[in-house]
Design a protein. Structure first.
Length: 131
């Protein structure tokens, strides 16, 4: 599991000061990037080699409101993992430990040049095992 701490900023919220529903995916993406920054910068995946790992499915379940300036903790864990795809689960919690949102993303390993499914690289597989 990887833990990322942050706070809700104005650009995450709607006019009522509550997190706009689509922005939980941005919060999850920030956690994803923070994890990869520690292990394999995403720029190295995007700009080199043939592998790409786009999100092919995403969903979120909203459990408790998050408001402007709330401190949150995002816990990222590896879900299902196949030879050509993997799922990540993000649990967004407030300081009291209340689950505010569950976010799930499924990433497919594809060849950048052909857009065909490919195997998860050994390097990426090693990184995913750290979750």
């Amino acid at each position: 599991m990887f833990i990322h701490e942050t706070r809700i900023r104005l650009h995450h919220t709607d006019a009522a000061g509550v997190v706009f529903y689509g922005n939980v995916f941005k919060l999850a993406q920030d956690c994803f990037e923070a994890f990869f920054d520690e292990h394999m910068p995403l720029a190295s995946i995007i700009h080199s080699g043939d592998l790409s790992i786009p999100i092919v499915h995403a969903r979120a379940d909203y459990r408790h409101p998050m408001r402007l300036s709330d401190r949150i903790t995002i816990e990222m864990a590896l879900g299902k993992r196949g030879s050509q795809s993997f799922e990540l689960r993000y649990q967004i919690k407030n300081p009291a430990g209340t689950l505010c949102a569950d976010v799930f993303t499924t990433h497919a390993a594809i060849n950048k040049n052909t857009s065909a499914a490919t195997s998860i690289s050994e390097a990426l597989g090693d990184i995913l095992t750290r979750l």
